[in-house]
Design a protein around this ligand. Structure first.
Ligand code: HEC
Length: 136
C-alpha cells in the first residue's frame, strides 16, 4: 500500500518537526515559559486590564469606554467617558478602589476594592492609560 506508507512517512516527519520546534522554543532564553508576554511588562498589565474591564466595567462605561454602556442611560451623571478622562493614574486607581461616593462623585460608580485584587486594579489603570486619548 504505497499510499499508506507515504501517509505514515509524512506523519512522522510532521511529528519530528513539531518536537524540534517546541524544543527550540523552550531553549530560547528570550521566550518566557508558558506566556506570550513577560508578566511585569506594561503591555502585559494593559492586556490583563482589558480583560478585567470587559468583565466588570463594560455594562456602564461601554465596550469603547466612551461612557455609553448598555446601562448608561440609567445614570445621571452618566458613566464617565474613560477615553477622555483628564485624571491622573492615582486618581483613577482611587476612584476604582473607593467608588464615586467616597470621592464626592456619583454613588453609582461602585467601589471595587472588595471585588478586585490590587493587581487587577493596577492593571485596570494601565489599560485606561493605554486607551486615553488626551495627552496626559
Ligand atoms: C453601575 C455602573 C458603573 C460601573 C459597573 C462602573 N462604573 Fe465607573 N463610573 C460610573 C459613573 C456613573 C461614573 C461617573 C461618576 C461621576 O461623574 O460622578 C463613573 C466614573 C468612573 C471613573 C472616573 C473617571 C474620571 O475621569 O473622573 C472611573 C476611572 C471609572 N468610573 C472606572 C470604572 C472602572 C474601571 C469600572 C470597572 C471596574 C467601572 N468604572 C464600573 C458608573 C459605573
Amino acid at each position: 500500500m504505497p499510499g499508506l506508507t507515504r501517509w505514515l512517512r509524512t506523519g512522522m516527519l510532521l511529528a519530528a518537526w513539531a518536537v524540534c520546534g517546541s524544543t527550540l522554543a523552550q531553549s530560547s532564553p528570550n521566550v518566557p515559559q508558558g506566556a506570550m508576554l513577560p508578566k511585569d511588562s506594561v503591555d502585559a498589565a494593559t492586556f490583563r486590564g482589558g480583560l478585567v474591564y470587559a468583565n466588570y466595567c463594560v455594562t456602564c462605561h461601554g465596550i469603547n469606554a466612551d461612557g455609553n454602556g448598555r446601562a448608561a442611560r440609567l445614570y445621571n451623571p452618566k458613566p464617565a467617558n474613560l477615553r477622555m478622562s483628564d485624571k491622573n493614574d492615582a486618581y483613577l486607581g482611587l476612584m476604582i478602589r473607593k467608588g464615586g461616593a467616597a470621592l464626592g462623585r456619583s454613588e453609582f460608580m461602585p467601589t471595587w476594592e472588595a471585588e478586585l485584587t490590587n493587581e487587577q486594579i493596577t492593571d485596570l489603570v494601565a489599560y485606561l492609560r493605554s486607551i486615553n486619548a488626551t495627552k496626559r
